[in-house]
Design a protein around this ligand. Structure first.
Ligand SMILES: NC(=O)c1ccc[n+]([C@@H]2O[C@H](COP(=O)([O-])OP(=O)(O)OC[C@H]3O[C@@H](n4cnc5c(N)ncnc54)[C@H](OP(=O)(O)O)[C@@H]3O)[C@@H](O)[C@H]2O)c1
Length: 274
């Protein structure tokens, strides 16, 4: 009672280093391991030269670049594995299965934050499967998202997908504006308020995708397909890469061809679900 668990962190990259420092700040006894020696040892941690030495701790946290990197390191000497390496839901489920059949306690988590936010309430850590979050509260706010061990990874990729699409759209827009000499600092405030306004439409769009009722008085897919064609052409005229608008155009146009021209944009999900 009252004795804190000992914790090991495998991986001292940008995120692993931040995790180790946060654990030290919260008073844990922390052991760290990294494949190469060039990464600095976080203050007040014990560095070991093999993963096996790190497995002596009560809890082992993995934060490596990919599952491919971490899988060969895992053995049934681990008592509790808190997996914070990003991957697909299937990879998370397979690792949960591996843990169960090897007598290793397992929790799968994803970090919805950048290293600089670790240890603050802004860092949300989504975790799934096992409801015991072990040491995750040292990093920020742990949120259990469901029993299926693959769910945290699913949320992670869905949210990142949203972010990448928005960032890609922003960069396309900045390039387009830049082609006419408009600097990002002039355009960005307008982009931010536009995105804020547009995200208020998401709840209604979500409902439409559930009810599959796409009647609209707001904006039909037809005019959005025409708009995407213009955006693609405008990019081409300005000598820009048009991969992104072209891909969106092609997807939206397929939904249009399949009878959704008069429907709302939400109807595009019928194409995606295929
Ligand atoms: N950075 C972020 O903002 C952020 C946010 C959320 C989630 N994450 C997730 O956190 C994880 C780590 O990201 P990071 O930003 O810390 O990456 P990073 O700075 O590139 O560090 C990668 C780490 O993985 C190790 N590694 C790579 N291949 C390996 C192998 N074959 N065997 C053993 N170790 C290997 C590296 O070791 P070496 O030093 O030996 O190369 C290093 O410790 C990723 O899954 C990432 O998606 C990161």
């Amino acid at each position: 009672m009252g004795t804190k668990k000992t914790v090991s962190v495998l991986g001292l990259g940008r995120m692993g280093g931040a995790l180790a420092r946060a654990l030290v700040d919260k008073g844990y006894e922390v052991t760290v391991w990294n494949r190469s020696e060039d990464k600095p040892t976080p203050p007040n941690t014990t560095r070991v030269s093999t993963p096996e030495e790190a497995f002596k701790s009560d809890v082992v946290i993995t934060c490596l670049s990919t599952y491919e990197a971490q899988q060969p390191l895992l053995t049934n000497d681990i008592k509790t594995l808190v997996n914070l390496t990003s991957g697909t839901p299937e990879q998370a489920r397979n690792t949960a299965q591996w843990a169960e059949s090897n007598g290793v306690e397992y929790v799968d988590g994803v970090i919805m934050a950048v290293p600089q936010q670790i240890g603050t309430p802004q860092a949300r850590i989504l975790f799934s499967g096992n409801e015991n979050h072990y040491v995750l509260d040292a990093f920020g706010e742990p949120v259990h998202v469901g029993e299926d061990a693959g769910l945290a990874a699913l949320y992670d990729l869905a949210l990142l997908g949203l972010m990448w699409a928005a960032f890609g759209g922003y960069l396309q827009a900045v390039a387009l504006m830049g082609s006419a000499g408009i600097a990002p600092e002039r355009f960005t405030p307008m982009a931010v308020s536009w995105l804020n306004e547009m995200t208020t439409l998401l709840p209604e769009m979500g409902e439409e995708t559930q009810s599959r009722q796409y009647e609209t008085e707001v904006s039909a897919l037809d005019i959005n397909v025409a708009g995407l064609r213009m955006l693609t052409e405008a990019g081409r005229e300005q000598g820009l890469d048009t991969t992104l608008p072209q891909a969106l155009h092609d997807l939206f146009e397929r939904a249009q061809r399949n009878g959704h021209g008069a429907h709302s944009i939400a109807s595009v999900i019928e194409e995606i679900r295929k």
